[in-house]
Design a protein around this ligand. Sequence first.
Ligand SMILES: Nc1nc2c(ncn2[C@@H]2O[C@H](COP(=O)(O)OP(=O)(O)OP(=O)(O)O)[C@@H](O)[C@H]2O)c(=O)[nH]1
Ligand SMILES: [Mg+2]
Length: 368
Amino acid sequence: MEELLCIGCGATIQTEDKGKLGYTPQSALEKGLETGELYCQRCFRLRHYNEISDVQLTDDDFLRLLHEVGDSDALVVNVVDIFDFNGSVIPGLPRFVAGNDVLLVGNKKDVLPKSVKDSKVTQWLTERAHEEGLRPVDVVLTSAQNKLAIKDLIDKIEYCRKGRDVYVVGVTNVGKSTLINAIIQEITGDKDIITTSRFPGTTLDKIEIPLADGSHIYDTPGIIHRHQMAHYLSAKNLKYISPKKEIKPKTYQLNPEQTLFLGGLGRFDFVAGDKQGFTAYFDNELKLHRTKLEGASGFYDKHVGSLLVPPVGKEKEDFPALVKHEFTIKDKTDIVFSGLGWIRVSGPARVAGWAPEGVAVVTRKAII
Ligand SMILES: Nc1nc2c(ncn2[C@@H]2O[C@H](COP(=O)(O)OP(=O)(O)OP(=O)(O)O)[C@@H](O)[C@H]2O)c(=O)[nH]1
Ligand SMILES: [Mg+2]
């Protein structure tokens, strides 16, 4: 029998083992073959009930895919989440892509406040890419969700691929599949073919989409970056770190020695400096809580999971301790909490950003 693939996640269809990828009940398989839309059971559940069944890929699976990209003569489209550049970095990508051209796509631009200029974001992404040893031939900012700049992206891909195949790569959850769905919709009008979800690890194998000239565009499973905030939260709370709407900034006038808790996910300390306004850019539903710096750690231990949420319940038990990163700020700087958001500091000030162990806190020149 010819190998059948799930069009939602790329897994090889099988009817034997419920616990393994690609499982499809025999009846669903027959129906799928009839209609030409064959989805595995996991995709079916994700698409209809937003329920995830746990099947995870190993690092070897990703390495195999990355080597395949390196061995092909192709255009590599590296998708990153504008909101989480640090969490979006694939370690060693420059080595894997070898001689292939890379087009960098900063996705989820709809989440950024309108006052952020594209040019500043592009410049920042380019600088960060260079720091990672990546020399993209071009940078495009898109919103796969709101279908922004999809035509522009298609044009740039067409221009850069020079008749070659295209591999769309990136860590899990940056929106690769949503982006490819947007491209398919723009070209053929077909909607939501590939399965997408808020859960990390949605796409399970390479998905091949034919292009008019006989080459292909490939969706790939996202590498699991263990330092993404997404891995520390349960399904219910993922919304706090994957905003669907434009962020509304909130400004706080703080005195020195005051602290802002970012739910229970992070913390910002104004250690020293003159009283000033700090503007916070986080998901609109994340509750920020102001308190005194003195005793803030004890306050956190006491209230995490109740006043300071998420994390809640079981999630809280496995939540890593917050780690402190200190900065001396001279002028307008963003303190970026990877995957969570950022706080704009006018300075001069001494500040500290706290995030779960492994999650990066970095500074950048203020983008607003
Ligand atoms: N706000 C916003 N959310 C987006 C955008 N693109 C994707 N998302 C959301 O991000 C989440 C992940 O999207 P996917 O397309 O499944 O991500 P992926 O990169 O294919 O993930 P894997 O298959 O796990 O590697 C989903 O909840 C999407 O709705 C975007 O442009 N803006
Ligand atoms: Mg995907």
